[in-house]
Design a protein around this ligand. Sequence first.
Ligand code: GLN
Length: 456
Amino acid sequence: TESCLTAISGAGALNAFVHDTSQLAREMASAADTRLKAGDAPAMCGIPLGIKDLFCTRGVPSQAASGILDGFRPEYESTVTSKLFEAGAVMLGKLNMDEFAMGSSNETSVYGNAVNPWRRKGDDAALTPGGSSGGSAAAVAADLCLGATGTDTGGSIRQPAAFTGITGIKPTYGRCSRWGVVAFASSLDQAGPMTKTVRDSAIMLGAMCGHDPKDSTSADMAVPDFEAALTGDIRGKVIGIPEEYSIDGMPQEIRDLWADGSEMLKDAGAEIRWISLPHTKYALPAYYVIAPAEASSNLARYDGVRYGHRASLAPGDGITEMYEKTRAEGFGPEVQRRVMVGTYVLSAGFYDAYYNRARKVRTLIKRDFEQVFADGVDAILTPATPSAAFGLGEMASADPVQMYLNDVFTVTVNLAGLPGVTVPAGQDAQGLPLGLQLIGRPWEEGELLNCAYTLE
Ligand code: GLN
């Protein structure tokens, strides 16, 4: 804990940590020390972690990197963080992210973007750590903590993990409780670990997940020993390579990485099989209808009354002006865009054409996966992202759709509720890390992590 706190104080330029809890960290570390000495050492005892600002942490600012939650200190602890703390983990501080987890570059944060510790060869330009869990990814990659919590609605654990050369898993929907995690799109959101190695992710995931009666979508299922599943033996497993993920304009280095990954799995004894997931091309448009629809509903609660910021009002202003001014000041432009898209697709005249259509597409995407798993495929290998980390400012200034295209390989997993993991698998010509994604059967995170383990 001390050496992490020292590293954090020297890494201000990364803008990874946005709320300092060093005092609390020292108290937690000393409590962990006492437990260790008493011979009671649970799985995460004394392990210093960073916590994404989306998690409510008791008495500690929890703002989802938004101005509208300015000054919000929850009186309760999210289930995931309480489980981690019960397992002995230490909280070093809260981590930067895109506002309300909406973004792929960490540039929508009210605190300004986190910075990727990696640089292109011979070029000092700062790069994005990805998003929305960009602070988590930067902090783990730069050794400011041993692991971090992330959340993933459409790729926010897997894309930043790929951009920073670390591992991250989005578990099956329902594996981790969403209680106390600020809601973005409730039918897609899942928490997961971001760590240096597959083994660390297996251990941390085991400590985070489990049934929680406070979240009705949390599954009442036993938590297996994910670490015990890491045998390195994948002989006879069937790995599917979906042809639809071979998109136009995909850089050759991503194609090569994908081919190398499939060779490695084959060398480890797996059978490689070409598969088809025919509705893949509709996933991104469906996601960018469903996620904003749910967000617009979830964000209705930020009204200037219950949490955080309230605009100062002029004489004669009523409740409508208070809502309007508070929300105009408190939400950044990307969040406002999502609320507008979401309310539009849910409005009476357009509901069937957009929201209901997107829900039908979602069912078709889920069935695509069910079909290949029924045909005997154990896991699916794809690239994690269409490129390596891009420069800060490079995408944010362009059309927002350019940014959305970044999520092309990750959103299907959330729409289908499946587990997905990314592992570092190589570098591009400029020396930046590239990641591969493995998608697994529901509730088979152990088997999925074991496949990822053989790629490590
Ligand atoms: N980039 C996607 C979005 O902006 C996914 C974000 C996430 O997974 N939280 O919606």
